[in-house]
Design a protein around this ligand. Structure first.
Ligand code: SAH
Length: 492
């Protein structure tokens, strides 16, 4: 019974940081005793580019029965033989979930003393579970993990490869890919592995509701399959399920009320700005973007990396924008955006114009095709440089809107921010900040590669020496695509 977690990295941000996050050194294989057998943690690969941690659980089927807890669903004792001969030693299940939480407890809480900044950072993660018992099959696996931002590959495992006519077993081989914080990934697995297995190895008591709500913090209250998850997790004990659902509803309402949440990215800009100028930079940026969208005659617009939805809100005010889609990798940001927009209380006509979807811009996404324009407002600098080509392809190669608007800080201007210590970037999560020349070079190459023209617009006071605080590029598709050309040739 095992699962692996892998990540990729660079010399500056080595993949082996995974070891710090998991609190387990990549050079060592370690073993831990649990009540049901031994858990091993080892790293099949550990380099700056790629690091994989494996958690392997050797289940002692006899111990499982002796503890008097080898009971099936609903608590009924299994038939005598099935108690000893069952799939528990091989399949991922609630046992693996329990091992996860005991071996990686700090990682699950998102604490890392050695590198305190690490847990907050989404990483490119891949989780593999070769034998996952899944009642509900691959279809349910997709429904459970996709809303959390995972790209899911769930292949049914044949009952016996020598006898394909026997059909599939109730196992799937699962691969999850996504840009996630490690703590979130572990908490998703901790809840959803036993939900898919649907056969808890222990009696479900009231404190399971607390455990579920703790592990589900930040994602369960918004999950479309919340009811199935809750009821299966609590082994269909209806009173507990009802209790959990009620508490989740309270969580949702409390979040909807909590207005102290700060704007993440614009804090520095707005603070510094209001002292000198009446219009905060963030507002000037949105005005510049809206003006460029109008000039491009765009009606159906993507806001990629929409964050907490300020631009989406602005666009909604103008009826010329008939369809607005906000995309972000962060579920938390989207939750705040949906609150800001009061999506739930919105009238039907208005609600039809707007959609918020979770997704990573580092992957191509069919849902993003066919729009008039896409905006990347203060987003590219949040990606590690080596991931930028993936975003470039997803936006300019695959989604291919007619117009793409990109804004990013101009690092030259940083000397003008009085509150910014020399050599610092404007926001802790900025992976880079570019000079005007660097941005122009990048934008020029992107335009060239994908058949776009590009123009540059300064946003904020254009300082004669260091330029404006925000630089904006407006890309317009020029080249006819191969498909268009084929169509035209046919017509001619
Ligand atoms: N556009 C917003 C938010 C900018 S902050 C504004 O101008 O206010 C950057 C946003 O990009 C964050 O919300 C972050 O979650 C999102 N982001 C970072 N990497 C991403 C990725 N790979 N895919 C999608 N969104 C991403």
């Amino acid at each position: 019974m095992f699962l692996t977690i892998s990540t990729t990295g660079t010399a500056e941000r080595p993949a082996t940081d995974l070891g710090f996050l998991l609190h387990k050194h990549p050079d060592k294989a370690q073993a831990f005793s649990t009540s049901y057998g031994k858990a091993h943690v080892l790293y099949p690969e550990a380099s700056a580019e790629r690091c994989t941690a494996a958690l392997l659980l050797e289940v002692d089927a006899v111990a499982l029965v002796r503890r008097g807890k080898g009971k099936g669903r609903g608590g009924a004792p299994d038939a005598a033989l099935a108690q000893y001969v069952n799939d528990r030693p091989y399949a991922a299940s609630s046992l693996l979930a329990v091992a996860l939480s005991s071996v990686f407890s700090s990682a699950m809480k998102g604490t890392c003393q050695a590198k305190p900044d690490l847990p907050a950072r989404p990483l490119p993660l891949r989780v593999e579970v070769p034998a996952l018992p899944a009642r509900g099959g691959a279809e349910l696996v997709h429904k459970l993990f996709e809303p959390l931002g995972w790209t899911v590959t769930a292949a049914p495992v044949a009952l016996d490869t020598e006898f394909p006519e026997w059909g599939d077993s109730r196992y799937v081989s699962l691969v999850l890919d996504g840009e996630q914080r490690l703590a979130d990934a572990l908490r998703h697995l901790y809840v959803l592995l036993p939900v898919l297995d649907d056969a808890k190895h222990y009696w479900v008591a009231t404190d399971e509701v607390d455990k579920l709500l703790r592990a589900g913090e930040g994602w369960l209250s918004e999950h479309p399959e919340q009811k199935l998850i809750t009821s299966r997790y609590l082994s269909r004990r209806w009173s507990l399920t009802r209790q959990a659902m009620e508490r989740l509803e309270l969580v949702r309402l409390a979040e909807a009320d909590d207005s102290e949440v700060e704007e993440i990215d614009n804090a520095v800009d707005e603070q510094t700005d209001t002292e000198e100028k009446p219009v905060p930079l963030a507002v000037q940026r949105r005005d510049a973007i809206v003006a460029a969208l109008k000039a491009a005659d765009a009606a159906r617009v993507l806001d990629l990396g929409c964050g907490q939805g300020q631009l989406v809100q602005e666009l909604l005010r103008d009826p010329r924008f008939t369809e607005i889609v906000g995309v972000d990798v962060s579920m938390r940001a989207l939750t705040i955006a949906s609150r800001r927009l009061k999506l739930e209380r919105m009238g039907e006509r208005q609600a039809e114009r707007v959609k918020l979807v979770q997704g990573s811009l580092a992957y191509t996404d069919k849902r993003l095709k066919g729009y008039d324009a896409a905006v990347l407002c203060e987003v590219i600098e949040h990606l590690d440089l080596p991931r930028l080509p993936a975003l470039e392809y997803a936006v300019f190669g695959s989604a291919r809107p007619r117009t793409v608007i990109v804004t990013t800080p101009n690092v030259e201007y940083n000397v003008r921010w009085e509150t910014l210590p020399a050599g610092h970037v404007r926001h802790g999560d900025h992976r880079f900040e570019w000079t005007r020349e660097q941005f122009r070079a990048w934008a020029g190459e992107v335009a060239e590669r994908h058949g776009y023209g590009v123009q540059f617009v300064p946003v904020g006071p254009d300082d004669p020496e260091v330029g404006p605080p925000t630089q904006m590029a407006v890309f317009t598709a020029t080249a006819t695509t191969t498909a268009q050309r084929a169509k035209e040739e046919k017509a001619a």
